[in-house]
Design a protein around this ligand. Structure first.
Ligand SMILES: Cc1cc2nc3c(=O)[nH]c(=O)nc-3n(C[C@H](O)[C@H](O)[C@H](O)COP(=O)(O)OP(=O)(O)OC[C@H]3O[C@@H](n4cnc5c(N)ncnc54)[C@H](O)[C@@H]3O)c2cc1C
Length: 499
């Protein structure tokens, strides 16, 4: 079926049919829509998005200073040149995505204010039936041959805030960056930010100038890479009037080359890389005691994402005295602030819990396969994109050590190739299944915590699909191998079962 059809169910409720249904209009979903129009122009598709506009992460997060922590030459799409500074604000990313939507006439395919609640697969007709609640609270029904999950990885409605004793006693305001109140007045206030990841590094410089003081309270230190928010190579190429398409491609390749070397070195010579990273911070702060206490992590570089700090702005805040770091543990909240395990008390008018996300692995959608509720954690993942026991579905989970969108683009090519292959074979269903040689393969948790272990992933491990001992059954987080491996996947290999 290549055109949109209206089907009538037994109850005579209208059901719209599309060849492909994309969940979510974040950077992955909008990218998916683009690739479908280019690579599968005859296929009908719809993008259902819970929010009132596109952007996902960049639409949701409204805290002061919100910006990317990786460069936009690689976080941007392969097909749309990035022309701004490498680290971009949420608004700049939204503007860029807006151009992609407009230039490619994608708006006609996107239904906003459609929150998907259930997706049911039926093997009788090889179709997904999807229910979504629209802006009026009405249930809208769709059928689709293929479900393309671009729902992101965390719950958008609320962030993760641990339970601390005494939180109710605190007289001030407790705020999570994910649900930052638009009218929050922090001018002249004492603010404590709990957590020192990328969010804190972004937020603190943005508010420190207006606050009386900002204290960053961390349990343990994080790695940062300070640097100028410019790309010299891009500037040089522009100076000699190279086309933006070329600038984009050349700068992407150079950045990815440099990142591959850096990533490899962080495995081969972690101590050397660590000392280089600390040297970067020392160049701003100078003080060895401060660096040893607050900026020297105990884990190996790259076990967690490393935040790029444009122009070292958080360190400038610390140097100016408007911000400071405390490395300690919370004993409990008090009326006036936070009592630490060391006995010190931090006074606060506002406490910001930059403590991360709650994973939401399938967009909080109830997935049912042939009348049985899906237990996602019982499935085995195929290259972190398809799952045993879930037909006609692909899931986008990007990279952590490289920009997310690199994988969204790669997997979009894969979906289009797979759909075309199914057409050529005249089949309407594809499953992935363990091969005879995988029969005795050990099944492990989704990710190796020795390799990568951010808190939100560790908290959600039991919700996530299994990983096999072989690369095909893992999300390897290795862009540099996947960029060659994924386009070369043999779609007639024994792991693909067609019907
Ligand atoms: C503050 C912040 C900064 C980040 N910075 C970077 C960075 O610099 N580089 C990088 O590589 N990564 C970064 N990330 C990770 C980032 O989330 C991804 O890179 C990327 O934006 C994810 O895009 P996405 O489209 O896959 O998911 P999202 O941006 O999460 O979008 C998913 C969309 O799906 C919709 N959706 C979900 N469930 C449903 C449902 N049931 N029904 C309908 N719609 C649904 C959501 O409303 C949302 O619009 C950052 C994350 C955060 C939170």
């Amino acid at each position: 079926m290549t055109t949109t059809e209206i089907r009538e169910t037994a109850q005579s409720t209208q059901v719209e049919h599309f060849d492909v249904l994309i969940v979510g209009a974040g950077i992955s979903g909008v990218g998916g829509a683009y690739h479908l129009t280019q690579q599968c122009p005859d296929r009908s598709f719809v993008v259902l998005e819970a929010l009132e506009s596109f952007g996902g992460t960049w639409q949701m997060h409204r805290y002061p200073g919100i910006r990317s922590d990786s460069d936009l030459y690689t976080f941007g799409y392969r097909f749309k040149p990035w022309t701004g500074p490498p680290i971009a604000t949420a608004q700049e990313i939204l503007d860029y995505m807006g151009e992609v939507v407009e230039e490619n006439d994608l708006a006609q395919h996107i239904r906003y204010n459609h929150r998907i609640t259930t997706a049911r697969w039926s093997s009788d007709d090889n179709l997904w039936t999807v229910e979504a609640t629209d802006g009026d609270g009405e249930t809208q029904r769709f059928t689709a041959n293929f479900l393309w999950m671009c729902q992101g990885y965390y719950r958008h409605s609320e962030g993760y805030t641990p339970e601390w004793e005494g939180m109710d006693d605190f007289h001030g305001e407790i705020v999570h960056p994910q649900t930052w109140p638009e009218d929050l007045d922090y001018a002249g206030k004492k603010v404590v930010v709990i957590g020192s990841g990328a969010t804190a590094a972004t937020l603190v410089p943005a508010i420190a100038g207006d606050c009386e003081h900002v204290t960053v309270l961390q349990r343990s230190p994080t790695y940062f890479i300070p640097g100028r928010n410019v790309n010299d190579l891009a500037d040089t190429l522009r100076e000699i009037e190279i086309d933006e398409e070329w600038v984009h491609e050349i700068v992407r390749r150079k950045l990815l080359y440099d990142q591959s070397i850096f990533t490899q070195r962080s495995f081969d010579e972690p101590e050397k890389v660590k000392s280089e990273l600390l040297g970067g911070v020392r160049a701003y702060l100078g003080d060895d005691f401060y660096i040893e206490t607050h900026f020297t992590p105990t884990y190996r570089p790259w076990r967690q994402r490393i935040a790029f700090v444009p122009d070292g702005d958080i360190f400038e805040g610390i140097k100016s005295g408007k911000a400071s770091m405390v490395t300690d543990e919370i004993d409990r909240f008090t009326g006036a602030g936070i009592l630490l395990k060391s006995g010190e008390e931090l006074e606060a008018d506002i406490i910001v819990t930059a403590t991360g996300f709650n994973m939401s692995v399938l967009g909080d959608i109830d997935v049912v396969i042939d009348d049985k509720p899906l237990v996602f954690s019982d499935t085995v993942n195929y290259r972190g994109m398809m799952f045993t026991g879930i037909p006609n579905m692909l899931w986008i989970f990007g990279y952590f050590r490289a920009s997310w969108t690199l994988r969204a683009d790669l997997l979009a090519d894969f979906v289009c190739r797979l759909l075309q292959h199914m057409d050529e074979k005249g089949v309407s269903r594809v499953d992935v299944a363990l091969r005879p040689e995988d029969k005795d393969m050990e099944l492990l948790p989704w990710i190796d915590s020795e390799n990568f272990n951010p808190g939100y992933l560790m908290r959600a491990l039991e919700l996530l699909p299994k990983r096999g001992a072989k690369r095909e059954w893992q999300h390897t987080q290795d862009y540099w191998r996947e960029k060659d491996e994924i386009p070369a996947i043999d779609l007639d290999g024994p792991e693909f079962v067609y019907r």
